[in-house]
Design a binder for this molecule. Structure first.
Ligand code: SF4
Ligand code: SF4
Length: 462
């Protein structure tokens, strides 16, 4: 029996649950694996067996920790203690995690030599060289900073995906969509492109479409695909078909969730590794206003940049009025492709919630959101009479939607930003919310308020 004495006299236990010996051991193992990665930056850890040991330690340690955390307890909502842990309440550990991740992204994009990438043709060293054995095994080439990133990104989605499944094992929708993002990240985003690269074939993440894949129409990418034989042509046609046919059709039937919560790698990381931070999203009206301005501005920027790039590709002229297409695309790559989607998008998880990029910056989410808002069957229906106004749904909506406000009025939710993660429905203790793809009343989906209002003079004591 746990003999811990609580310093508080609160009846409702305000303390996060204590970890047992097995969890502490698992955390220590994961930490050792992580420290090996850090130490590799000093060139003190030999790549080879230790590389594999490091990744196995991180994987096993984290999964055993999660298994012990969730499995001894009954299935159901488990967000115990999120506001009491300094990692998840913007406390000391949260800030430290944010700073470390942000620093890693800054190195990745602008200072890869700090991670060990050789700039003068000599051998890599440090963290980049530490991943050589994995790179050689998969594609027969030495590692690069992007290969390191790909491995760590995929590993994070897989490990925290397992943890997520354990946590939401009572909910079939959550389990299935998590398996889906794990599959698409492992196969489509990582293994297939890396293997094709190893075979010196044109490689591409087949699910990463324009405008999220903002360089799809860049001259070097178009040339690579056009000159890449049948495979290259297939990728070119596939990429265009995704934009013009596949995505609009799927969004019409299922809303943007088919992409943002089932396929996309950014969403995959947010849903799995970012899950402990989802309650940190700002639910204020001001944030909603900023979100709409920002995300649609990025979309306009992406469209203008792509138009300029294509104009240059077709005509050979890089100057249009006062805009130079090469300068514009460089600015887009720096501001949106690197600083916003990478540094802010992931580095700020512990401070602004897990979907900072998807909510405020992703031009793909902006397009899908417009479709979802005006031309999609997807909506969240609410049974207002059952709502007890507990606010769980709003708290854990990573997109900052005040779900409770809709639920209290019995009003369907059709919001451009909703990624259909279904967490609001999963955490609702009253079963008020349902994600649906209805075929009727598409135009009137949000206007109806279904609460029963009883006039005061009809209320009496029997
Ligand atoms: S409203 Fe619900 S389904 Fe939509 S993003 Fe928020 S939590 Fe996810
Ligand atoms: S979680 Fe359910 S009961 Fe609680 S406020 Fe939201 S809709 Fe209402």
């Amino acid at each position: 029996m746990n003999q811990q004495v609580y310093p508080s006299m609160s009846i409702a236990d305000p303390h996060p649950p204590f970890t047992d010996k097995l969890q502490q051991g698992a955390a220590a193992v994961a930490l050792v694996g992580f420290l090996m990665l850090i130490l590799s930056l000093t060139n003190k850890v030999e790549a080879g067996t230790l590389t594999w040991i490091s990744l196995v330690f991180i994987t096993m340690g984290t999964i055993v920790y999660g298994w012990r955390h969730y499995m001894p307890h009954p299935e159901g909502i488990k967000n115990n203690g999120v506001w009491f842990s300094t990692l998840t309440n913007r406390g000391l550990w949260g800030w430290l995690a944010g700073i470390v991740i942000t620093f890693f992204y800054v190195c990745l994009y602008w200072y890869p030599h700090l991670l060990g990438l050789s700039s003068d043709g000599t051998d890599n060293w440090g963290l980049v060289a530490f991943f050589d054995p994995i790179s050689m095994a998969i594609k027969g080439k030495p590692s690069s900073q992007w290969f390191v990133y790909g491995v760590l990104y995929t590993l994070a989605i897989l490990i925290f995906g397992v943890k997520f499944i354990l946590k939401y094992r009572h909910n079939r929708y959550q389990v299935l969509r998590t398996i889906s993002v794990m599959f698409f990240q492992l196969c489509f985003a990582f293994m297939i492109p890396e293997i094709l690269d190893g075979l010196n074939k044109p490689s591409m993440d087949l699910k990463n479409m324009w405008p999220l894949n903002y360089y799809f129409f860049f001259d070097w990418n178009l040339d690579k695909l056009v000159e890449g034989g049948n495979l290259g042509m297939f990728m070119l046609i596939w990429g265009i078909a995704m934009i013009l046919i596949i995505s609009p059709v799927l969004t019409y039937f299922y809303g943007k969730r088919w992409y943002c919560s089932w396929v996309c790698g950014c969403g995959g990381l947010a849903e799995t590794a970012g899950d402990p931070f989802r309650h940190l999203s700002d639910k204020s009206l001001k944030a909603w206003k900023i979100e709409r301005w920002l995300i649609h501005s990025v979309l306009v920027f992406a469209v203008i940049m792509t138009f300029l790039v294509l104009y240059t590709y077709i005509t050979g002229q890089s100057q249009i009025l006062f805009l130079n297409s090469y300068n514009v695309r460089e600015w887009y790559g720096f501001l949106i492709g690197a600083a916003f989607s990478g540094v802010v998008g992931v580095g700020f998880y512990p401070l602004m919630g897990s979907r900072v990029w998807c909510r405020f910056g992703c031009p793909m989410a902006a397009i899908l959101g417009l479709q979802q808002r005006f031309f999609s069957r997807f909506r969240i229906t609410t049974n207002g009479g059952q709502c007890i106004s507990c606010g769980n749904c709003s708290t854990y909506c990573e997109m900052g939607i005040d779900v409770r406000a809709y639920a209290q009025r019995g009003q369907n939710i059709v919001r451009a930003s909703c990624v259909g993660c279904g967490i609001c429905a999963a955490v609702c203790p009253r079963g008020v919310l349902r994600l649906e793809n209805g075929s009727v009343d598409i135009k009137q989906r949000t206007s109806e308020v279904r609460n029963i209002h009883v006039p005061l003079n009809e209320v009496g004591i029997l």
